[in-house]
Design a protein. Structure first.
Length: 199
């Protein structure tokens, strides 16, 4: 599985740009990717998105940084050696759609990833139900409110640092996926944190 985290200048993959990508190969977790880029010319920039990922407008428009197209080509090239390129993440459709839109803007004609993905929300929801727990529900909107921080805490891992970084995001995602799917720790960054249902 290719665990990925995309940070972007907003939430719409057609109007906004990737600003960084973090990823790792779940089967070979030492095989990691992290790069940053400037936004594509004309991309919209949301202050709220920058507050989440910690970049400034000056950083995401810095002409010294590589383009979104160059980052996308670098990521796709890196992913070629990953044996299972099924994408996994929290809200993985966001990451997949941003990468696909960026690949199209970059003129990358061979899209290598499937629409079939592994989403942490689904894994955590199922794990809770299988263990006799009620996943959290938003009482007003009447749908699941199980977010990444809740999934991390459920797996015995502290909430992700703020602002978010694409690599630390990918590492957190990978550790949660390993604990939920296989019941085992994965990364040295999280060794000190025990798996709650194993203690």
């Amino acid at each position: 599985m290719l665990v990925v985290d995309v940070e972007a200048s907003g939430t719409d993959c057609r109007k906004h740009s990737i600003v960084s990508v973090g990823a790792l190969d779940l089967e070979k977790p030492q095989n990691r990717f992290y790069e940053e880029c400037r936004v594509w010319d004309g991309a919209h920039i949301m202050d709220e998105a920058l507050a989440v990922n910690g970049f400034t407008k000056e950083q995401v428009t810095d002409k010294k940084k590589q383009s979104e197209a160059d980052l996308t080509h670098a990521f796709l090239h890196w992913s070629e050696d990953v044996q299972d390129r099924t994408l996994g993440a929290q809200n993985v459709s966001f990451d997949r759609d941003f990468l696909k839109a960026a690949a199209e803007r970059a003129g990358h004609t061979t899209w290598p990833f499937s629409y079939r993905t592994i989403d942490i929300h689904t894994l955590a929801y199922m794990h809770m139900v299988n263990n006799g727990l009620q996943p959290p529900i938003d009482k007003v909107k009447r749908h699941s409110s199980l977010d990444l921080d809740q999934a991390l805490l459920y797996c015995g891992i502290p909430a992700e640092p703020s602002p978010h970084n694409a690599l630390t995001g990918a590492l957190s995602h990978a550790e949660v996926i390993s604990r939920l799917l296989y019941g085992r720790k994965l990364l040295p960054e999280f060794t000190a944190f025990e798996i709650p249902w194993k203690s």
